[in-house]
Design a protein around this ligand. Structure first.
Ligand SMILES: Cc1cc2nc3c(=O)[nH]c(=O)nc-3n(C[C@H](O)[C@H](O)[C@H](O)COP(=O)(O)OP(=O)(O)OC[C@H]3O[C@@H](n4cnc5c(N)ncnc54)[C@H](O)[C@@H]3O)c2cc1C
Length: 393
């Protein structure tokens, strides 16, 4: 097949992980092709909660003035704290402390958030192609040498020294490279529903998490996006969801009918963009993220926090680490798995401790649901569960 173009790096997926990697590599002067099946702006099913850690990395990439402008346009909604409600109605309220450089947390609908990151990648020097990647291209030794992508109905070959798979939880690159037995199992996966709601009385700058018997170790959320408007949703671990034969749309109706919510929606609500998507947690051990000529980042690798469902910050962290690893590997000329696998070690150092603890708390919530109210009432914001929600959203 004829090769259309050749690059230092092809990044598949222009979500937060891919856009961060593309930006960092382009800023190092690398020739980067960023491919996404969608043009931007585009929606992504998410709770839209953006941690301070995300803002810190975006500032490092030179995005401070873009963020400020997005706040001014009302696209980023500032957060001052959180409320965690337990099954008996006990509420833990905690304030978010600003980061060392004054970073805030936000709720930013992904239609705005992702477009900002993708635009920054392009203005940093990455080229963008709207195309659907079908599979990685492999040489005779199994090394990744580019991708096959469908553009305007035609499948074409694009070549690069390294490919980054940043194509989300259903990653084509991940499925082609990881053997089936090395992929996520159901107890490290979740399924979640997201909608936007109008007409609900809100705590205007606080994210709300609701932990109740029917949903544990998952939760429902109400995250304000503006005046009387919020991102609302709920998620459950996949094995439990399958065992209990649950239906997420029905669970949303039940959540809206719960007294704590019903009394705040007495004038009726308007729900839009109800949609369901999957999550892969970073708590599953020994998954491979580095291959000959390729790395996986963000949801493609499976870096979502198993307690909070937050994955954007880890997508940014892994995107940045992947860019640093690849830049170094291109300098030494070793783009084999051996040359790239330091990335796995660095991801572990940055994320594993948090994943391990979060999975432990998740198991406590699953096995001892009666303990949730105790945690909220007596341990308050100094308990590990609360701290994890506070820092990892
Ligand atoms: C319901 C729900 C709620 C969530 N809430 C939060 C939250 O509030 N805060 C938080 O931090 N995290 C949250 N998460 C997790 C978060 O959405 C992800 O961790 C994050 O989007 C990961 O970013 P990414 O760049 O790795 O992947 P994605 O954001 O999924 O981006 C992948 C990109 O790849 C593109 N792509 C996919 N396949 C192809 C292909 N074959 N060819 C070309 N392009 C392709 C897609 O179009 C997409 O643009 C939530 C997840 C869900 C499902």
């Amino acid at each position: 097949m004829q090769t259309v173009s050749e690059h230092d790096v092809i990044v598949v997926g222009a979500g937060p992980g891919g856009a961060t990697a593309a930006t960092a590599l382009a800023q190092q002067g690398r020739d980067v092709l960023l491919i996404d099946r969608h043009d931007f702006p585009r929606d992504k099913i998410c709770g839209d909660a953006i941690s301070q850690g995300c803002i810190r990395i975006m500032n490092e990439l030179g995005m401070a003035s873009r963020i400020e402008a997005a706040v001014g346009r009302g696209e980023f909604h500032s957060l001052h704290g959180m409320r965690l409600s337990g099954p008996n109605g006990d509420v833990l309220q905690a304030a978010f402390k600003r980061g060392v450089n004054g970073e805030e947390s936000f709720v930013a609908p992904r239609i705005y958030f992702d477009a900002l990151l993708q635009q920054h990648a392009l203005e940093s020097g990455a080229a963008f192609l709207q195309a659907e990647v079908k599979e990685p291209l492999l040489d005779g030794n199994g090394r990744v040498t580019g991708v096959l992508a469908r553009e305007n109905g035609e499948v074409k070959a694009y070549r690069s020294s390294v490919v980054i798979g940043a194509d989300g939880v259903t990653s084509t690159i991940m499925r082609a490279l990881r053997p089936p037995e090395g992929q996520h199992v159901d107890k490290h996966r979740a399924v979640a529903l997201r909608a936007y709601i109008k007409g609900i009385e809100l705590y205007p700058h606080e994210v709300e998490f609701f932990l109740y018997d029917d949903i544990l170790p998952g939760y429902a959320w109400v995250f304000p996006t503006g005046e009387n408007e919020a991102n609302i949703g709920l998620g459950m671990r996949l094995d439990r969801f399958r065992d209990l034969k649950k239906n997420l749309k029905k669970m949303l109706e039940e959540f809206l009918a719960m007294p704590a919510i019903r009394e705040r929606t007495t004038k009726g609500v308007d729900l839009r963009d109800v949609a369901i998507w999957q999550l892969s947690f970073g708590s599953q051990k020994k998954l491979q993220h580095a291959y000959d000529g390729a790395l996986l980042v963000g949801d493609a690798a499976g870096f979502i926090n198993p307690l909070t469902g937050g994955g954007i910050e880890n997508a940014l962290i892994s995107g940045k680490l992947a860019a640093e690893t690849i830049d170094q590997a291109l300098r030494t000329g070793d783009i084999s798995r051996e040359g790239l696998k330091i990335y796995e070690q660095q991801c572990d150092e940055e994320m594993w401790d948090g994943m391990r603890k979060s999975f432990l708390y998740q198991r406590i919530l699953l096995n001892y649901p009666g303990f949730v109210d105790f945690l909220i009432r007596y341990l308050g914001q100094h308990g590990g569960v609360a701290k994890t929600f506070l820092s990892k959203l």
